[in-house]
Design a protein around this ligand. Structure first.
Ligand code: PLP
Length: 482
């Protein structure tokens, strides 16, 4: 009897799913198929991205998506939610256990939503306002114009102290283009011009003077550890609530690489996160808090959110279960080891790194050392198949659009299995591209902050070396769609 060629269970699952989709809209099936090939072919160094496991991906593709389940476990505004109750309760249980949190709210659809839920919860807890209380228990569309006017009056002068954007903070930490900047008067804390590290003394002085309701810690592009014990001490001194947005480094907290003073959960009253970055889950958000804020946080729906996404909560539960395995701790440690190896490799080749290195999963290259803007560097690297993103550096002369920085992170390549030794090769590839790129010109011949010129042949040569490296670490090795 001749043996049938075996396909892995994962291949069968994804192939069958794509066949079903192809029957309705082949362009979508093709795009999904093409995406795995693009991801397989690129050297992904975007610090906020990762590769979720097949189990996480499959948990999202099913009929849980069909269910409305506004409310919380056991208290729904819709009938027939017993399975969603199970899903949400299991996800919350894993989150509490994994992070050692008193309470977990797993409904937010994204990091932005999680932050909004947290802001409203703190406002509801801290600001005396009958209008706010009404807003917290009614459907938003039941609020009258008078309710909204009273709400605006009562919220009037609330303040937030957050990390400045160019020091690595996030838009949702009180900045104008985001709703948080309209809800709160914002003041920023930054980093020391010499060391590039958070200046806690300046932060304390600023908090004493500004008297914020919320001090928000957490970042998108700060390559060092944050001392949350110290942040809480400062918050207590000025009667502020300490909120930590650990969207970027949740995987390092889950993997017990960030412990003690550097684990936000024991120190902050409220912690928010995304689930799709270093935590390696589905695209989504989550809030962890102490008992005093639990009821307010659970009002995220209907105050901020509509119906939860039960299929995504299912995927969060799967990802959190994965993160509770011993292998995840080893993964988190490798993420940090890889980031350090990458930073060392870049520094040895003469690259200038903000703060001189990294203690977490990311590094920020000051590409002005190569005579480039972040925009030029990002595009030149992309041409060679290296996917990064440009990012402002502290006191960036090129502003937030062109920038002078390139942010590189290791969560995705570490999931793929790249080692510290291979990070040196990655550093070599980045340095090769950047040192052989020059400033391009506009059509009229003027130097342009957006245009670049990469020496002939470099993109091809780097792409070949990167393909050799990636071939040793196949992405989604169990999935064959051919
Ligand atoms: N908070 C931080 C620190 C982030 O870096 C991000 C996204 O990059 C967010 C919040 C927003 O997350 P999302 O894109 O899921 O809304």
């Amino acid at each position: 009897m001749s043996a049938e060629p075996t396909r892995t269970t994962e291949s069968t699952a994804f192939r069958s799913g794509l066949d079903v989709i192809r029957g309705i809209e082949p362009r979508i099936a093709d795009a999904i198929g093409a995406e795995i090939e693009d991801q397989r072919a690129s050297l992904k160094l975007i610090a906020s991205e990762n590769y979720a496991s097949p189990a996480v991906l499959l948990a999202m593709g099913n009929w849980l998506s069909d269910k409305y389940a506004e409310g919380t476990v056991g208290r729904r505004f819709y009938a027939g939610c017993r399975n969603v109750d199970t899903v949400e309760a299991v996800a919350a249980e894993h989150a509490r256990e994994l992070f050692g949190a008193r309470h977990a709210y797993v409904q937010p659809h994204s990091g932005i939503d999680a932050n909004l839920v947290a802001f409203w919860a703190v406002l509801a807890q801290r600001v005396e306002s009958p209008a706010l209380e009404r807003a917290g228990v009614r459907q938003v569309n039941e609020l009258t114009d008078e309710d909204w006017a009273a709400l605006r009056r009562d919220l009037g002068d609330q303040r937030m102290l957050g990390m400045s954007l160019d020091a690595g903070g996030h838009l949702t930490h009180g900045f104008r283009p985001n709703i948080s900047g309209k809800m709160f008067h914002q003041r920023s804390y930054g980093t020391d011009p010499e060391t590039g590290l958070i200046d806690y003394d300046a932060l304390r002085a600023s908090a004493r003077e500004f008297r914020p309701l919320i001090i928000i810690a957490g970042y998108s592009a700060y390559p060092r550890l944050v001392n949350f014990r110290l942040m809480r001490e400062i918050a207590d001194e000025v009667d502020a609530t300490l909120m930590v947005d650990m969207a970027h480094f949740a995987g390092l907290v889950a993997g017990k690489v960030l412990t003690g003073d550097f684990d936000p959960v024991p120190h902050a009253q409220i912690v928010t996160t995304t689930t799709h970055k270093s935590l390696r889950g589905p695209r989504g958000g989550m809030v962890l808090c102490d008992d005093s804020l639990a009821d307010q946080v659970d009002r995220g729906c209907p105050m901020v959110l509509g119906g939860p996404l039960p299929h995504v909560m299912a995927a969060k539960a799967v990802a959190l279960a994965e993160a509770r395995q011993p292998e995840f701790r080893a993964y988190a440690q490798r993420v940090v080891d890889n980031a350090r190896a990458l930073a060392d490799g870049l520094t040895r080749r003469g690259a200038r790194l903000v703060t001189g290195g990294t203690d977490n999963h990311l590094a920020l290259i000051d590409v002005s050392g190569y005579g480039l803007t972040g925009r030029q560097a990002e595009e030149a690297l992309l041409e060679a198949g290296i996917v990064t993103n440009r990012n402002a550096i502290p006191r960036d002369p090129n502003g937030a659009w062109y920038t002078s920085g390139i942010r590189v992170g290791t969560p995705a390549l570490t999931t793929r299995g790249l080692t510290t030794a291979e990070m040196d090769e990655v550093a070599e590839l980045i340095d090769t591209v950047l040192s052989r790129t020059s400033v391009g010109t506009t059509r009229s011949g003027k130097p342009s902050k957006a245009a670049y010129a990469l020496e002939d042949g470099v993109a091809k040569q780097v792409a070949e070396r990167s393909a050799d490296l990636l071939a040793k670490h196949p992405l989604y090795p169990g999935i064959d769609l051919s």
